[in-house]
Design a protein around this ligand. Structure first.
Ligand code: SF4
Length: 506
């Protein structure tokens, strides 16, 4: 046997052992009816041609490798940021296993969510009984303080009505009548995880704010939005707020639940915004969203209850952080302190120090609409040139905003914006109009290998690198982290490609 308990081989080496090589060869020859290697190479070359690109970009009836996830994933993420809240997804078990595994693989933390476990009978007769039993089990087994209900495709296709199901479940005493069970319909066949996040945020706030008396105060609420770097970013945000002396309520704070310590105690729930904080947040002067596309309905609701609102596109980089801090200063009357001014200056100094290597580098950027906007903006601040900006879950309005941003800088000239396109489109685009660097998530590693463009992992999900999410990308300090990642990749590429310029000092 090639594998032995004395020396465990990683599968990278294991599958190169003769036994595995022989088995794979036999399988290929006997069962796979494989296409000859020359033909495969010929077709692969063609898929990188302009001819194929035109056909690929004209594709309308199928999506291949979308750079987005489905709505309930965003709902589960939003709910996780509230104290002792269990996500209850009304639908099939497999979907919920996907959300849990996606979040666990990214954050390297257990991620709890339950399902109403709908199967064929529920798909035909409706899932009311699953809801009644499921809520009772969840309440009894996991002792949550709140159960946040969202839906999968199946429940939405058959039209299950969450509001009436939850009322009936309470009548059947699945949970006490006054127990909070916010809900959000999250049909996965429209929108994406950013809409699911928005819907669940609105669902949770509505549960506590609707019809409650409001006494307008001076407080500030902040909605961070769906963010793979949330652990580092929310902590950085709190640090900046602390330095400014601003007291704000983070609406959905996942920073502790996705970063629990190893000290012998399993924490199903850790940290998060408490119900007292949610109730008090109704009285806030304003609710600010750090990611507009994650919060459009929630901000509209905040306006309905009488609050001021403001939305940003992921506060990363110099101008984006300036705008956030100035807004906070305007709303609270607090000065932006010297400490933050110094951090800003140090970031600009670092950008200037490395200008010779950053200037003129071209980038392909993909991810969620707010992230792509922020990343393109920061790249231009460094003297880089976005060449392709793609958001599968970006619509016409995002495309227009991107074009206005790109038009605001000479470095944005010639950048193409790809709204609604997927990563298979991006493969054709990169093969025909290459960029120096690719910014995205772990799924970009296939593009990196296929199109020979180095990948910088800066957005969710990151499965194949560890702990990036613990370091912020928000604010001036976060931008410094991002800058170092860009530079490390640029220098690695330079060293790999250099012969006579393999210099000690860069
Ligand atoms: S797209 Fe639909 S079936 Fe797939 S995981 Fe999402 S809810 Fe489930």
């Amino acid at each position: 046997m090639p594998q032995s308990a004395e020396k465990i081989l990683d599968h990278k080496d294991l599958f190169k052992e003769p036994e595995y090589q022989a088995m794979l060869e036999k399988k290929r020859a006997t069962y796979e009816n494989a296409t000859p290697a020359e033909k495969v190479a010929e077709v692969e070359d063609w898929t990188k041609s302009w001819d194929y690109r035109e056909k690929n970009l004209a594709r309308s009836c199928v999506t291949i490798n979308p750079a987005k996830a489905c709505q309930p994933l965003g709902a589960v993420f939003a709910a996780a940021g509230y104290d002792s809240t269990m996500s209850f997804v009304h639908g099939s078990q497999g979907c919920v296993a996907y959300y849990r595994s996606h979040l666990a693989r990214h954050f390297k933390e257990p991620s709890s969510a339950v399902s109403s476990s709908m199967t064929e009978d529920a798909a035909v007769f409706g899932g009311l009984n699953n809801m009644i039993e499921g809520l009772a089990n969840t309440y009894a087994l996991y002792s949550p303080k709140m159960i946040a209900v969202s839906t999968t495709c199946m429940a939405e296709v058959i039209g299950d009505d969450l509001n009436s199901f939850i009322i009936k479940s309470k009548e059947k005493e699945s949970v006490p009548a006054d127990f909070p069970v916010p809900f959000a319909h999250t049909p996965a066949f429209v929108g994406s995880h950013v809409d699911g996040y928005d819907n669940m945020q609105k669902g949770i706030l509505s549960t506590f704010w609707k019809d409650a008396p409001r006494t307008a105060g001076e407080g500030i609420n902040i909605i961070p939005g769906f963010d793979g770097y949330a652990v580092g970013n929310i902590r950085e945000l709190k640090r900046m707020l602390g330095v400014m002396g601003v007291e704000a309520t983070i609406l959905s704070d996942v920073s502790d639940v996705y970063d629990t310590p190893s000290d012998g105690e399993f924490r199903m729930y850790a940290g998060g915004t408490t119900q007292d904080e949610i109730k008090a947040a109704l009285n806030a002067k304003a609710t600010i969203s750090l990611q507009e596309y994650c919060s459009r309905k929630t901000l509209a609701f905040a306006e309905e209850v009488g609050q001021q609102t403001a939305a940003f596109h992921y506060p990363m980089g110099v101008q984006a952080t300036d705008e956030l801090l100035m807004k906070l200063s305007e709303l609270t009357g607090k000065e932006i302190p010297e400490q933050l001014r110094l951090e800003r200056g140090r970031l600009i100094d670092a950008m200037a120090d490395s200008q010779a290597y950053l200037h003129g580098k071209t980038y392909a950027i993909y991810g969620d609409p707010d992230f792509v906007y922020a990343m393109a903006r920061f790249v231009m601040e460094t003297g880089g040139e976005p060449k392709h900006c793609l958001a599968t879950n970006g619509g016409k309005d995002w495309e227009e905003k991107m074009k206005a941003l790109l038009a605001s800088s000479p470095f944005g000239e010639g950048c193409q914006v790809w709204a609604g396109k997927d990563l298979w489109h991006l493969r054709s685009i990169l093969a025909t109009e290459p960029a120096d660097l690719l910014i995205g998530n772990s799924y970009g590693k296939y593009l990196e290998r296929d199109c020979n463009v180095p990948l910088i992992r800066l957005t969710f999900p990151i499965f194949d690198r560890h702990h990036h999410h613990r370091f912020p990308t928000f604010g001036y300090q976060g931008a410094l982290n991002v800058l170092v990642k860009l530079l490390d990749t640029i220098f690695d590429k330079l060293d790999t490609e250099s012969d006579i310029s393999f210099d000690l000092t860069r």
